[in-house]
Structure formats: structure tokens, C-alpha cells
Design a protein around this ligand. Sequence first.
Ligand code: VAH
Length: 319
Amino acid sequence: RVLITGGLGQLGSGLAEILRQQYGKENVILSDIKKPSAHVLSSGPFVYADVLDYKQLRELIVNNGVTWLVHYSALLSAVGEANVALARKINITGLHNVLDLALENCLRIFVPSTIGAFGPSSPRDPAPDLCIQRPQTIYGVSKVHGELMGEYLHHKYGLDFRCLRYPGVISAHTHPGGGTTDYAIQIFHDALSTGRHECYLRPDTRLPMMHIADCHRATVEFMHAPQSWLSLRTYNIDAMSFTPEEVADEIRKHVPQLRVTYKSDPVRQMIADSWPVRFDDSNARRDWGWTPVYGLEGLVSDMLHSIREKRTDEGLPVS
Ligand code: VAH
């Protein structure tokens, strides 16, 4: 049985849907500290779970016979910089709670890391799996800590800890939560509503990005990989890298009227400029067969199609 923490964020519901197809609806429990939508509630088991409440989480894991834990609870990049104390609590104390419970109950645990786990002194183009990591956000610092703690518990106690460093994840039906790569989602909604997008990054800011379907598939394939295949416990996964200018040009092939203005936000520009430009994911491709499906063209046409469909269903005009 799988428990997903932070399940109402950008990734939880989509991953739950895939795992429920494989393991049955009742065997994948989505959890968070907020009230779910009627759609989420009707899709399968949802429970309240606060990763800061060790005892409640332990009761949940024991009473439900949980065997896998997917830990999506975290404050992401720009949001974390605006609330460092809470980010440290959720991203570090919350992480320790789930790692301890995974150890105590012999769970397989997946904890995502991120392009944000690297900093300006890391090799940036590309960033390999193993290199200097001095991130300059509490989000990045907490994710490097997560990688190190998980790998330590694996080596010392045999914890089946697994970690993928995600690029910026692009999704049509769920909202992003971090703030730095989120322009690359908002630009699609703006293109199909007002035709105008104001971008908070410079037009030439290149960042690694990935379609949410590739992100979910990578996570599921990685969770299924036999441990004997894994030469590492933390892997980069890469799909594409683009700049605001490039994604705007690709969207204009479908929505010619899109106009983009640039008003750089110093905080998010500084964060983006400290992150890798591209990932070297050759270890993931070699060890467990990782390969992306979506590139920039496929991402843009799929996102526009999905958002057009969503707006039509909601009775909203589509430009
Ligand atoms: C953010 N979308 O912008 C998230 C993600 C790698 C980026 O963590 O913080």
C-alpha cells in the first residue's frame, strides 16, 4: 500500500492515478493538510496527514499497512525564501519524520530532489549526478540534506531510499507551487486567455523542464527498478531545457497573437541563475532505462490542447 504526503500539490494526484491503475484504488492513499476537492475525494482514499505530527503519521502507516511512501510535502523555491522558518520545519523536520518512519517500518521511500539542489558553484551545463552542491535557497539546502540523509540511512541500515532530481515540471491540470519555473505554466494559460504574458525571468534564462507525464513515468519506473540495478540512490532526470523566449516562440506557432513582456523579479531571477542549465542524466538512462517522451514541441502542443479542453469544459472562452 502506498502513502503519498503533500498529495494536493502539483504532483500527488497524477501519481496517485497511475499507481491506482497498477495497484487498485484502495491501495494508494493520498494525504495532505488541506481539504481535497470533490474530484480528488471521489478518485480514491484521502486522509489528513501532517508530516510534522510523527505519532499521527506512524498510526496512519501502521493502521493502513503502508509499504511505500512517496514524500511530496515541501515548500519549494521562491515560496520557501518567503518563509524560511516554515520551509526548514517542513522540508527538514518533516523529512526526518518520514525517514525515521520508513526505517522503523521497512518502507520503500521516494523523496524528490530538484535542479534547485545545485548552486552557482556547481557545474551548470550540464550538471552531473555527483558534483559540488552549494544551493542558495532553503529549498535547495533542505533537498541536499534529504539526499545525504536518505543515502546515509541506506548505507548504514539498508533503507530502500530512492530520489530523483526533477527539473521544472510543466502541468496543465495542477498548479505549480514553487514560483521559479512556474512562468512556464502560466504562459500557456495566458496565451489562451488574454494573449498577453508578463514574464518575471529574463528572456534568455535557460532552465531544465519536463512534462508532468514524463515526471510521473520516471518516478514509477524508478520505484519499480530492482535495487541491484541502482548504482546510485539519487539520480538526475532530464528531458529538455528552454528559455522564456524559446517557449514563447514555440507557442506562437499555435497562438500567433501571444505577446510577452519581461519584468525580471530579482529574487526569482537570482534563484534561476543559480540553477543548472541542463542535467546530465546518463546514469539514470544506463541503470534503469530512463528516457523522456516529451520535447519542447510535444510539450507545447499537449499543454495547449489540454488547457483548451479544460477551458471549453469550464465554459471559458479560448483565444
Ligand atoms: C519551483 N517548480 O519553481 C518548482 C520546482 C525545480 C523547480 O521546484 O520551485
